[in-house]
Design a protein around this ligand. Structure first.
Ligand SMILES: Cc1ncc(COP(=O)(O)OP(=O)(O)O)c(N)n1
Ligand SMILES: Cc1nc(C(=O)O)sc1CCOP(=O)(O)O
Ligand SMILES: [Mg+2]
Length: 215
């Protein structure tokens, strides 16, 4: 059997996904303790400074800082974790990520992707997209909360994250499925008042009150 990736918190709480070090800094200062740097479609050398600075901030705040896509840089600067999609699985060196002691989060969008992800024994599984999203072009239809709830029945032993179109108003029905974390982009970055939005989301999702382990 494949070796498991290192454990993360059973419930990751509020999980903002943002595209700059500036957002990382302001959200950590606001109390967020699970967060992802997601800068799309760059070469490693173009994002190296941002990845290094984001990881340093994550350590400073004892937060669970995941790097999306740039797994080599995540290893180089000893990130808390890496987030990968299904396409990334075809090219990423999972053994190197595991041996470096990084947590691994994996995206899934249907049963087949869930099967593939579970076989790799990642640190958490993300399920999306739950609702229509303006943030990313999705090739599939939204799953909806009923489908999320159905998936949760087979995901009792692994931390879970819901993503895609989740607004403050939708958080209660998402949490009612039993999912342990809510990942958001626009609910924070497009909010009229991001501070207030973050505080309301944190209060609802009960984000990251315990420090990240083994930083
Ligand atoms: C928490 C979380 N869930 C899903 C994704 C999507 O990741 P991926 O499929 O790799 O797509 P991109 O984000 O790279 O466009 C995510 N980033 N975070
Ligand atoms: C980056 C991303 N991944 C998704 C997936 O389903 O894998 S949905 C998504 C975008 C989420 O943004 P918002 O909260 O603004 O809808
Ligand atoms: Mg990706």
């Amino acid at each position: 059997m494949t070796d498991a990736f290192p454990a993360t918190a059973p419930k990751l709480g509020l999980y903002p996904v943002v595209d700059s070090v500036e957002w990382i800094a302001r959200l950590l200062e606001a109390g967020v303790r699970t967060i992802q740097l997601r800068i799309k479609d760059c070469q490693d050398h173009e994002v190296e400074d941002a990845v290094r600075e984001a990881i340093a901030l994550g350590k400073q705040y004892r937060a669970r800082l995941f790097i999306n896509d740039y797994w080599r840089l995540a290893i180089k600067y000893n990130a808390y974790g890496v987030h990968l999609g299904q396409e990334d699985l075809d090219v990423a060196n999972l053994d190197a990520i595991r041996q470096a002691g990084l947590r691994l989060g994996l995206s899934t969008h249907d049963d087949a992707e869930l099967d593939r992800a579970l076989a790799l024994r990642p640190s958490y599984i993300a399920l999306g997209h739950i609702y229509p999203t303006q943030t990313k072009d999705m090739p599939s239809e939204p799953q909806g909360v009923m489908e999320l709830k159905r998936h949760m029945a087979r995901l009792q032993d692994i931390p879970t994250v819901a993503i895609g179109g989740i607004s403050l108003a939708r958080v209660p029905e998402v949490l009612a499925t039993g999912v342990g974390s809510v990942a958001v982009v626009s609910a924070i970055t497009q909010a009229e008042d991001w501070r207030q939005a973050t505080q309301e989301l944190l209060a609802l999702v009960e984000a990251g009150t315990q420090p990240a382990e083994a930083l």
